[in-house]
Design a protein around this ligand. Structure first.
Ligand SMILES: [Zn+2]
Length: 219
C-alpha cells in the first residue's frame, strides 16, 4: 500500500518515502545538494529591468530537471521550480510592490507541440502564492529564429525584440510587473520583454526566474 504514496525526486528520480505528508519533491541528498551547490549566489544583471532575481544555478541536476520539465512533459516540476523562486519574491515584495505577474510567451508551434508554456506554469503558482493576478501580456511572432542561434548579446536582444509583440487587450499601464521566465541565459530575451512592457506603459518591470546559467567555472 505504501507504494501508492511514494513519489520520485525531481532531481535524481529516486523514490521519496511518504514522510512530510507526501509533499517533499526532493530526496534528502538532493535537498542538501541544492542548498550547498545549486543556489544562485551571483547578482542577476539584466539591462532595462528595475530588479532581477534567480533561485538556482542552471547546471548539473538542476539543468537536467529543467530540461525534463520543458521538453519531456514533467509539467508537475513547475511546482518545485516555482517554490524555489517564491522566497526571492517574498524578500522583495516591499521593494517591488508588484501589481501583476506575467511571463515569457512561447510560439504557437512550440505550444502546440509541447502542450504547455513552461513559463506560464511557473508564473501561476508564484502569482497565486502572493494573491496577485497572473496574466499573459506578450505574444510571440511566428517563425522567428531561436535565441540559441544568435551569436552574441546584441544579436539575441535584437532577435528577441523582433520576436515579441504586445498581446491584444493586455493592460500594464502604470503597473509594477513581475516578469517570469524559466532560465536567464544572457538576459537578452528578458531585456527585450522588459523594454516592450515599458513601451506598453508598465511603470516598473522586475524579472524573476527559477534558474540562471552560471558564469563559467562557478558550479
Ligand atoms: Zn534526489
Amino acid at each position: 500500500m505504501g507504494v501508492l504514496f511514494m513519489h520520485n525526486c525531481v532531481l535524481c528520480g529516486g523514490t521519496i518515502p511518504a514522510e512530510d505528508g507526501g509533499k517533499a519533491m526532493l530526496c534528502a541528498a538532493c535537498a542538501a545538494e541544492v542548498r550547498e551547490k545549486y543556489r544562485c549566489a551571483e547578482p542577476v544583471r539584466v539591462p532595462g529591468v528595475d530588479g532581477a532575481a534567480a533561485a538556482l544555478s542552471y547546471a548539473g541536476k538542476v539543468k537536467y530537471a529543467m530540461q525534463r520539465f520543458k521538453f519531456h512533459h514533467k509539467q508537475h516540476y513547475a511546482d518545485w521550480f516555482a517554490a524555489q523562486a517564491l522566497p526571492l519574491l517574498a524578500e522583495r515584495l516591499e521593494d517591488w510592490q508588484p501589481d501583476l505577474v506575467t511571463y515569457m510567451p512561447i510560439g504557437f508551434v512550440h505550444l502546440h507541440r509541447r502542450g504547455y508554456n513552461q513559463a506560464e506554469l511557473l508564473a501561476r503558482p508564484i502569482a497565486a502564492a502572493f494573491g496577485l493576478p497572473c496574466q499573459a501580456t506578450l505574444r510571440k511572432r511566428p517563425f522567428t529564429p531561436t535565441q540559441s542561434a544568435q551569436k552574441d548579446f546584441a544579436a539575441r536582444q535584437k532577435n528577441a525584440a523582433r520576436a515579441l509583440l504586445p498581446l491584444d487587450g493586455a493592460d500594464v499601464r502604470g503597473k509594477s510587473v513581475v516578469f517570469v521566465d524559466d532560465i536567464i541565459t544572457t538576459g537578452a530575451s528578458a531585456a527585450a520583454a522588459a523594454k516592450l512592457l515599458r513601451e506598453m506603459g508598465a511603470a516598473r518591470v522586475y524579472l524573476l526566474a527559477p534558474a540562471k546559467t552560471p558564469k563559467k567555472g562557478t558550479v
